[in-house]
Design a protein around this ligand. Structure first.
Ligand code: GAL
Length: 355
Protein backbone atom coordinates (compact mmCIF):
# COMPACT_ATOMS: atom_id res chain seq x y z
CA UNK A 1 0.00 0.00 0.00
CA UNK A 2 2.73 2.42 1.06
CA UNK A 3 4.58 1.80 -2.28
CA UNK A 4 1.29 2.62 -4.10
CA UNK A 5 0.92 5.97 -2.31
CA UNK A 6 4.58 6.84 -2.90
CA UNK A 7 4.30 6.22 -6.66
CA UNK A 8 1.07 8.28 -6.82
CA UNK A 9 2.82 11.13 -5.00
CA UNK A 10 5.75 10.91 -7.42
CA UNK A 11 3.39 11.12 -10.40
CA UNK A 12 1.54 14.09 -8.92
CA UNK A 13 4.79 15.90 -8.20
CA UNK A 14 5.98 15.30 -11.76
CA UNK A 15 2.70 16.67 -13.14
CA UNK A 16 2.96 19.79 -10.97
CA UNK A 17 6.57 20.35 -12.08
CA UNK A 18 5.56 19.94 -15.74
CA UNK A 19 2.80 22.52 -15.39
CA UNK A 20 5.02 24.96 -13.48
CA UNK A 21 7.74 24.65 -16.14
CA UNK A 22 5.34 25.91 -18.80
CA UNK A 23 6.06 29.60 -18.08
CA UNK A 24 3.71 32.56 -18.25
CA UNK A 25 1.50 33.57 -21.11
CA UNK A 26 2.57 30.59 -23.22
CA UNK A 27 1.37 27.02 -23.53
CA UNK A 28 0.43 25.35 -20.32
CA UNK A 29 0.73 21.85 -21.82
CA UNK A 30 -2.64 20.94 -20.40
CA UNK A 31 -4.53 17.76 -21.09
CA UNK A 32 -7.24 19.66 -23.02
CA UNK A 33 -7.05 19.71 -26.81
CA UNK A 34 -6.62 22.88 -28.79
CA UNK A 35 -4.90 26.15 -27.97
CA UNK A 36 -6.45 29.48 -27.02
CA UNK A 37 -4.99 32.76 -28.26
CA UNK A 38 -5.87 36.00 -26.46
CA UNK A 39 -5.15 39.50 -27.81
CA UNK A 40 -5.53 42.24 -25.18
CA UNK A 41 -5.89 45.83 -26.50
CA UNK A 42 -3.33 48.03 -24.79
CA UNK A 43 -1.58 48.97 -21.57
CA UNK A 44 -2.58 52.65 -21.47
CA UNK A 45 -6.38 52.86 -21.55
CA UNK A 46 -6.57 51.05 -18.22
CA UNK A 47 -4.18 49.16 -15.97
CA UNK A 48 -6.81 46.40 -15.93
CA UNK A 49 -5.55 44.53 -19.00
CA UNK A 50 -2.07 43.70 -17.63
CA UNK A 51 -2.78 43.98 -13.87
CA UNK A 52 -6.01 42.00 -13.78
CA UNK A 53 -7.09 40.42 -17.07
CA UNK A 54 -3.77 38.78 -18.02
CA UNK A 55 -3.05 37.05 -14.64
CA UNK A 56 -6.69 36.04 -14.18
CA UNK A 57 -6.94 34.63 -17.71
CA UNK A 58 -3.68 32.71 -17.17
CA UNK A 59 -5.09 31.32 -13.90
CA UNK A 60 -8.35 30.29 -15.63
CA UNK A 61 -6.56 28.61 -18.55
CA UNK A 62 -4.09 26.81 -16.25
CA UNK A 63 -6.97 25.57 -14.09
CA UNK A 64 -8.69 24.33 -17.25
CA UNK A 65 -5.43 22.65 -18.28
CA UNK A 66 -5.48 24.20 -21.76
CA UNK A 67 -2.68 25.58 -23.91
CA UNK A 68 -2.81 29.35 -24.31
CA UNK A 69 -0.92 32.35 -25.65
CA UNK A 70 -1.77 35.84 -24.33
CA UNK A 71 -0.41 38.90 -26.15
CA UNK A 72 -1.06 42.66 -25.92
CA UNK A 73 -1.51 44.81 -29.04
CA UNK A 74 -0.04 47.87 -27.18
CA UNK A 75 -2.73 50.12 -28.67
CA UNK A 76 -1.68 49.37 -32.28
CA UNK A 77 -4.16 47.89 -34.80
CA UNK A 78 -1.16 46.87 -36.96
CA UNK A 79 0.34 44.94 -34.04
CA UNK A 80 -3.11 43.51 -33.30
CA UNK A 81 -3.33 42.06 -36.80
CA UNK A 82 0.28 40.80 -36.77
CA UNK A 83 -0.27 38.99 -33.46
CA UNK A 84 -3.48 37.45 -34.84
CA UNK A 85 -1.62 36.20 -37.95
CA UNK A 86 1.11 34.70 -35.76
CA UNK A 87 -1.46 32.99 -33.54
CA UNK A 88 -3.41 31.64 -36.51
CA UNK A 89 -0.26 30.19 -38.09
CA UNK A 90 0.78 29.05 -34.61
CA UNK A 91 -2.20 26.74 -34.47
CA UNK A 92 -4.65 28.41 -32.07
CA UNK A 93 -8.07 26.78 -32.32
CA UNK A 94 -9.91 29.55 -30.50
CA UNK A 95 -9.06 33.26 -30.75
CA UNK A 96 -10.23 35.61 -27.97
CA UNK A 97 -9.97 39.33 -28.80
CA UNK A 98 -10.55 42.69 -27.11
CA UNK A 99 -10.61 44.91 -30.18
CA UNK A 100 -9.09 48.38 -30.44
CA UNK A 101 -11.79 49.17 -32.98
CA UNK A 102 -14.47 47.12 -34.70
CA UNK A 103 -13.02 47.26 -38.24
CA UNK A 104 -9.62 45.81 -37.36
CA UNK A 105 -11.11 43.25 -34.97
CA UNK A 106 -13.72 42.15 -37.53
CA UNK A 107 -10.99 41.66 -40.19
CA UNK A 108 -9.11 39.38 -37.79
CA UNK A 109 -12.26 37.45 -36.94
CA UNK A 110 -13.07 36.88 -40.63
CA UNK A 111 -9.55 35.60 -41.28
CA UNK A 112 -9.89 33.24 -38.30
CA UNK A 113 -13.29 32.05 -39.48
CA UNK A 114 -11.86 31.26 -42.93
CA UNK A 115 -9.35 28.97 -41.19
CA UNK A 116 -12.03 27.29 -39.11
CA UNK A 117 -10.85 29.03 -35.93
CA UNK A 118 -13.61 30.05 -33.53
CA UNK A 119 -13.54 33.58 -32.08
CA UNK A 120 -14.83 35.22 -28.91
CA UNK A 121 -15.26 38.96 -28.23
CA UNK A 122 -13.80 39.54 -24.76
CA UNK A 123 -15.15 42.58 -22.90
CA UNK A 124 -15.83 44.63 -26.06
CA UNK A 125 -18.31 43.67 -28.80
CA UNK A 126 -16.90 43.86 -32.34
CA UNK A 127 -19.60 45.59 -34.41
CA UNK A 128 -19.92 43.88 -37.79
CA UNK A 129 -17.74 41.03 -36.55
CA UNK A 130 -18.36 37.27 -36.65
CA UNK A 131 -17.47 36.25 -33.09
CA UNK A 132 -19.16 33.07 -31.92
CA UNK A 133 -19.58 34.51 -28.41
CA UNK A 134 -19.34 37.81 -26.52
CA UNK A 135 -18.26 37.82 -22.87
CA UNK A 136 -18.43 41.04 -20.89
CA UNK A 137 -20.14 42.92 -18.10
CA UNK A 138 -23.52 44.45 -18.79
CA UNK A 139 -22.02 47.72 -20.00
CA UNK A 140 -25.26 49.67 -20.03
CA UNK A 141 -25.54 48.71 -16.34
CA UNK A 142 -21.96 50.01 -15.83
CA UNK A 143 -23.16 53.40 -17.08
CA UNK A 144 -26.30 53.24 -14.96
CA UNK A 145 -24.15 52.61 -11.88
CA UNK A 146 -22.05 55.64 -12.80
CA UNK A 147 -25.15 57.79 -13.31
CA UNK A 148 -26.74 56.65 -10.05
CA UNK A 149 -23.41 57.15 -8.29
CA UNK A 150 -23.05 60.72 -9.50
CA UNK A 151 -26.64 61.47 -8.48
CA UNK A 152 -25.97 59.99 -5.02
CA UNK A 153 -22.87 62.18 -4.57
CA UNK A 154 -24.48 65.33 -6.03
CA UNK A 155 -27.94 65.07 -4.57
CA UNK A 156 -30.82 66.49 -6.59
CA UNK A 157 -29.64 70.14 -6.39
CA UNK A 158 -29.26 72.28 -9.51
CA UNK A 159 -26.07 71.03 -11.15
CA UNK A 160 -24.06 71.42 -14.35
CA UNK A 161 -22.78 68.03 -15.54
CA UNK A 162 -19.77 67.36 -17.81
CA UNK A 163 -19.34 63.98 -19.53
CA UNK A 164 -15.92 62.55 -20.34
CA UNK A 165 -16.84 59.48 -22.36
CA UNK A 166 -14.61 56.60 -23.40
CA UNK A 167 -13.03 56.01 -26.81
CA UNK A 168 -15.47 56.41 -29.74
CA UNK A 169 -13.80 53.30 -31.22
CA UNK A 170 -14.88 51.26 -28.18
CA UNK A 171 -18.47 50.02 -28.35
CA UNK A 172 -18.44 49.77 -24.55
CA UNK A 173 -18.02 53.53 -24.33
CA UNK A 174 -21.24 54.01 -26.27
CA UNK A 175 -23.04 51.67 -23.87
CA UNK A 176 -21.52 53.30 -20.75
CA UNK A 177 -22.76 56.71 -21.92
CA UNK A 178 -26.19 55.30 -22.81
CA UNK A 179 -26.56 53.91 -19.30
CA UNK A 180 -25.39 57.10 -17.58
CA UNK A 181 -27.71 59.30 -19.65
CA UNK A 182 -30.65 56.97 -18.95
CA UNK A 183 -30.29 57.96 -15.28
CA UNK A 184 -29.05 61.56 -15.35
CA UNK A 185 -31.20 62.92 -18.19
CA UNK A 186 -34.24 62.22 -16.01
CA UNK A 187 -33.06 64.52 -13.20
CA UNK A 188 -34.66 67.83 -14.15
CA UNK A 189 -32.34 69.91 -11.88
CA UNK A 190 -29.27 68.69 -13.82
CA UNK A 191 -28.00 70.35 -16.99
CA UNK A 192 -25.48 68.78 -19.37
CA UNK A 193 -23.02 71.58 -20.12
CA UNK A 194 -20.31 69.54 -21.88
CA UNK A 195 -19.82 66.06 -23.35
CA UNK A 196 -16.84 64.70 -25.24
CA UNK A 197 -15.33 61.32 -26.07
CA UNK A 198 -11.70 60.73 -25.10
CA UNK A 199 -9.84 59.19 -28.09
CA UNK A 200 -8.25 55.82 -27.18
CA UNK A 201 -9.16 56.48 -23.53
CA UNK A 202 -5.93 58.50 -23.50
CA UNK A 203 -5.54 60.04 -20.04
CA UNK A 204 -3.40 62.98 -21.23
CA UNK A 205 -6.01 63.89 -23.81
CA UNK A 206 -8.69 63.53 -21.10
CA UNK A 207 -6.90 66.15 -19.00
CA UNK A 208 -6.69 68.56 -21.95
CA UNK A 209 -10.33 68.04 -22.86
CA UNK A 210 -11.52 68.58 -19.29
CA UNK A 211 -9.29 71.66 -18.85
CA UNK A 212 -10.97 73.13 -21.97
CA UNK A 213 -14.44 72.27 -20.60
CA UNK A 214 -13.55 73.89 -17.26
CA UNK A 215 -12.36 77.08 -18.96
CA UNK A 216 -15.32 77.21 -21.35
CA UNK A 217 -17.73 76.80 -18.45
CA UNK A 218 -15.78 79.27 -16.36
CA UNK A 219 -15.44 76.64 -13.65
CA UNK A 220 -19.23 76.19 -13.38
CA UNK A 221 -19.15 72.37 -13.51
CA UNK A 222 -20.71 70.65 -10.49
CA UNK A 223 -20.29 66.98 -11.43
CA UNK A 224 -18.18 64.90 -13.85
CA UNK A 225 -19.38 61.65 -15.39
CA UNK A 226 -15.96 60.13 -16.22
CA UNK A 227 -16.14 56.74 -17.93
CA UNK A 228 -13.22 55.03 -16.17
CA UNK A 229 -10.68 55.61 -13.36
CA UNK A 230 -7.90 56.81 -15.67
CA UNK A 231 -10.10 59.46 -17.25
CA UNK A 232 -11.55 60.33 -13.84
CA UNK A 233 -8.07 60.82 -12.41
CA UNK A 234 -7.25 63.20 -15.26
CA UNK A 235 -10.30 65.31 -14.36
CA UNK A 236 -9.36 65.21 -10.67
CA UNK A 237 -5.89 66.54 -11.50
CA UNK A 238 -7.50 69.56 -13.22
CA UNK A 239 -9.87 70.04 -10.26
CA UNK A 240 -6.87 69.95 -7.89
CA UNK A 241 -5.18 72.70 -9.93
CA UNK A 242 -8.36 74.78 -9.45
CA UNK A 243 -8.72 73.89 -5.75
CA UNK A 244 -12.03 72.21 -6.40
CA UNK A 245 -11.08 68.52 -5.94
CA UNK A 246 -13.43 66.86 -3.48
CA UNK A 247 -16.14 69.46 -4.09
CA UNK A 248 -16.95 68.32 -7.66
CA UNK A 249 -17.88 64.61 -7.63
CA UNK A 250 -16.21 62.50 -10.33
CA UNK A 251 -17.12 58.93 -11.34
CA UNK A 252 -14.85 56.15 -12.61
CA UNK A 253 -14.67 52.46 -13.51
CA UNK A 254 -12.35 49.44 -13.04
CA UNK A 255 -11.77 49.73 -9.26
CA UNK A 256 -8.07 50.34 -9.87
CA UNK A 257 -5.78 51.15 -6.92
CA UNK A 258 -5.57 54.73 -8.17
CA UNK A 259 -9.35 54.98 -8.48
CA UNK A 260 -9.96 53.46 -5.04
CA UNK A 261 -7.40 55.79 -3.44
CA UNK A 262 -9.13 58.74 -5.09
CA UNK A 263 -12.40 57.46 -3.58
CA UNK A 264 -10.78 57.11 -0.13
CA UNK A 265 -9.41 60.67 -0.51
CA UNK A 266 -12.93 61.93 -1.21
CA UNK A 267 -11.79 63.24 -4.61
CA UNK A 268 -13.67 60.55 -6.56
CA UNK A 269 -17.32 59.87 -5.86
CA UNK A 270 -17.27 56.23 -6.92
CA UNK A 271 -15.87 53.63 -9.23
CA UNK A 272 -17.40 50.54 -10.83
CA UNK A 273 -15.99 47.20 -9.74
CA UNK A 274 -16.15 44.48 -12.34
CA UNK A 275 -14.96 41.17 -10.79
CA UNK A 276 -12.70 40.33 -13.74
CA UNK A 277 -12.13 36.80 -12.43
CA UNK A 278 -15.76 36.10 -13.38
CA UNK A 279 -15.13 37.49 -16.87
CA UNK A 280 -11.90 35.51 -17.29
CA UNK A 281 -13.48 32.28 -16.01
CA UNK A 282 -16.48 32.74 -18.30
CA UNK A 283 -14.37 33.25 -21.42
CA UNK A 284 -12.06 30.36 -20.48
CA UNK A 285 -15.06 28.06 -20.00
CA UNK A 286 -16.54 29.00 -23.39
CA UNK A 287 -13.14 28.79 -25.11
CA UNK A 288 -12.36 25.37 -23.65
CA UNK A 289 -15.84 24.22 -24.67
CA UNK A 290 -15.18 25.40 -28.22
CA UNK A 291 -11.85 23.50 -28.33
CA UNK A 292 -13.93 20.40 -27.60
CA UNK A 293 -16.59 21.29 -30.15
CA UNK A 294 -19.12 22.00 -27.41
CA UNK A 295 -21.82 24.68 -27.59
CA UNK A 296 -21.27 26.79 -24.45
CA UNK A 297 -23.93 28.16 -22.10
CA UNK A 298 -24.74 31.82 -22.53
CA UNK A 299 -26.94 34.11 -20.44
CA UNK A 300 -28.03 36.64 -23.05
CA UNK A 301 -27.90 37.56 -26.70
CA UNK A 302 -26.62 41.02 -27.55
CA UNK A 303 -27.60 43.00 -30.62
CA UNK A 304 -24.88 43.86 -33.11
CA UNK A 305 -26.68 46.62 -35.06
CA UNK A 306 -23.89 46.84 -37.63
CA UNK A 307 -23.66 43.13 -38.32
CA UNK A 308 -27.44 42.88 -37.98
CA UNK A 309 -27.12 39.81 -35.77
CA UNK A 310 -27.63 38.69 -32.19
CA UNK A 311 -24.47 37.42 -30.51
CA UNK A 312 -24.76 34.66 -27.87
CA UNK A 313 -23.35 36.34 -24.77
CA UNK A 314 -22.41 36.04 -21.14
CA UNK A 315 -23.13 39.38 -19.41
CA UNK A 316 -21.93 39.82 -15.83
CA UNK A 317 -23.12 42.30 -13.21
CA UNK A 318 -21.04 45.38 -12.30
CA UNK A 319 -20.92 46.79 -8.74
CA UNK A 320 -20.93 50.47 -7.74
CA UNK A 321 -18.16 51.16 -5.19
CA UNK A 322 -18.16 54.13 -2.82
CA UNK A 323 -16.03 54.90 0.25
CA UNK A 324 -18.27 52.68 2.40
CA UNK A 325 -17.78 49.52 0.31
CA UNK A 326 -14.18 49.78 -0.93
CA UNK A 327 -13.62 47.01 1.60
CA UNK A 328 -15.52 44.55 -0.63
CA UNK A 329 -12.96 44.99 -3.43
CA UNK A 330 -10.11 44.21 -1.00
CA UNK A 331 -11.98 41.30 0.61
CA UNK A 332 -12.50 39.84 -2.91
CA UNK A 333 -8.72 39.89 -3.36
CA UNK A 334 -9.11 42.09 -6.45
CA UNK A 335 -6.70 44.70 -5.05
CA UNK A 336 -4.08 44.02 -2.37
CA UNK A 337 -4.49 45.82 0.98
CA UNK A 338 -0.70 46.38 1.07
CA UNK A 339 -0.92 48.28 -2.21
CA UNK A 340 -4.13 50.21 -1.56
CA UNK A 341 -3.39 51.09 2.09
CA UNK A 342 0.25 52.10 1.69
CA UNK A 343 1.52 55.25 3.42
CA UNK A 344 -1.12 57.87 4.17
CA UNK A 345 -3.83 55.49 2.97
CA UNK A 346 -3.34 53.24 6.01
CA UNK A 347 -5.44 55.59 8.14
CA UNK A 348 -8.00 56.11 5.37
CA UNK A 349 -8.30 52.34 4.91
CA UNK A 350 -8.84 51.92 8.65
CA UNK A 351 -11.60 54.57 8.52
CA UNK A 352 -13.14 52.55 5.66
CA UNK A 353 -13.10 49.41 7.80
CA UNK A 354 -10.18 47.83 5.96
CA UNK A 355 -7.97 46.34 8.68
C1 GAL B 1 -13.40 49.34 -21.74
C2 GAL B 1 -13.42 48.42 -20.58
C3 GAL B 1 -13.31 49.24 -19.31
C4 GAL B 1 -12.44 50.44 -19.40
C5 GAL B 1 -11.90 50.79 -20.76
C6 GAL B 1 -10.47 51.17 -20.78
O1 GAL B 1 -13.73 48.70 -22.90
O2 GAL B 1 -14.61 47.66 -20.52
O3 GAL B 1 -12.98 48.37 -18.26
O4 GAL B 1 -11.41 50.38 -18.51
O5 GAL B 1 -12.12 49.85 -21.76
O6 GAL B 1 -9.66 50.19 -21.13
Amino acid sequence: MRKGILSLTAVTAAAVLTLAACGDGEESGGEQQGKIGVILPDTKSSVRWESFDRPLLEQSFKTAGVKYDIQNAEGSTQRFQTIADQMLTGGVTVLVVTGLDSNSAAAVQRKAQQQGVKTIDYDRLTLGGVADYYVSFDNVKVGEEQGKGLQKCLGDKKANIAYLNGAPTDNNATLFAQGAHSVLDKVTSYKKVAEQAVPDWDNQQAATIFEQMWTQQDGKIDGVLAANDGVGNAAIAVLKKNNRAGEVPVTGQDATVQGLQNVLDGNQCMTVYKPIKQEADAVAKLAVGLTKGEKGETTASVDDPQGKRKVPSVLLTPIGVFKDNVKQVVDDGFVKKEELCAGAYAAKCKDAGIQ
